[in-house]
Design a protein around this ligand. Structure first.
Ligand code: SF4
Length: 302
């Protein structure tokens, strides 16, 4: 425990949301943006977002389409809509103040267990387990010499993290931040740097790796050699990006973002040369509320 917290004190990256005085709204925006998006891409968007909308009420008073436009290319743009919805609920039901407990945060639209826990811990100092992909990976490797299971955390995984969480609230917040940072910078998904890790001496994955290396078998690999840690991997190939529905949706949204008014349907249909796919993607954007139909075509939502 102390080794980990000491390591974090010296190794934590200098990220803008870690500055003293970062308020709960800024933390909530950071946590929503950081899901599925690398930190390097989040930082400039987060700074610009808070400069434009420094409070939930400022965002709630703006059209939802402005949030989608400002989201730019962070990916998964429904997060921008959900953030706008959450800001609206904060304005209308919480007097414009981000609520301060895990349970209350979970009641905001689009705020799931991870975002609620991270905001409760890092903005309000609540003792709560923050199970992001990095923490899940580190704990699974240290205790079981495996990668975390895909999908949502199961009960046993949450219970283990809770048992490890320091009982003191302030230390629990630092523990969450430290394990998360370790997973993001040292115990990465593809190439854990065990030699630089403060947990190496007590890590099952590192021990299994050493046994495998002494035996001359493979180091951790797709299936794990004899004695090597068992890595759970996807069995399907990653899908090519260009030509996917997400890619086409992104192109259609880019056209709509660039135009403050209504975009004619023909302009969107010309954006991609597969008409059936283009219509399907446009329909899915309408269904998601990211696009509105107007008499003259389409636009971002009001
Ligand atoms: Fe990850 Fe290696 Fe550290 Fe274990 S010793 S937590 S596998 S980096």
């Amino acid at each position: 425990m102390e080794l980990l917290l000491d390591w974090y004190a010296g190794a934590a990256r200098d990220l803008p949301w870690r500055a003293p005085g970062t308020d709960a709204w800024a933390v909530l925006v950071c946590e929503v943006m950081s899901q599925q998006t690398p930190v390097a891409r989040v930082v400039p968007r987060w700074l610009a977002w808070l400069q434009r909308w420094p409070t939930p009420t400022a965002l709630a008073d703006a059209p939802a389409g402005d949030a989608v436009r400002m989201w730019d290319r962070l990916g998964y743009p429904r997060r921008a809509l959900r953030l706008h919805e959450a800001a609206t609920v904060v304005r209308d039901r919480h007097d414009g103040v981000v609520p301060g407990t895990y349970a209350q945060l979970l009641g905001l639209p689009g705020v799931g267990p991870y975002t609620a826990a991270a905001t409760a811990a890092f903005a309000f100092g609540e003792r709560v387990v923050v199970l992001d992909v990095n923490i899940r990976r580190v704990l699974a490797r240290v205790h079981e010499a495996v990668d975390a299971r895909p999908g949502a955390p199961r009960g046993a995984e949450t219970a283990r993290a809770l048992a490890l969480l320091p009982s003191d609230a302030a230390r629990s917040v630092r523990w969450n931040a430290a394990v998360m940072e370790l997973g993001a910078t040292v115990c990465t998904a593809r190439s854990p740097r065990c030699g630089a890790c403060p947990l190496q001496a007590r890590c099952a994955w590192a021990a299994a790796t050493a046994v495998a290396e002494r035996a001359g078998t493979d180091a951790p690999g797709p299936t794990g050699g004899p004695g090597a840690p068992a890595r759970r991997t996807r069995t399907t190939r990653p899908q090519a990006w260009v030509g996917t529905d997400r890619y086409v949706r992104g192109r259609l949204l880019a056209v709509l973002r660039a135009d403050p008014g209504t975009v004619p349907a023909a302009r969107l249909e010309a954006e991609w040369d597969e008409p059936v796919q283009t219509r399907r993607c446009l329909q899915s954007l309408l269904t998601d509320g990211l696009v509105q139909a107007t008499p003259g075509g389409y636009r971002l939502p009001d």
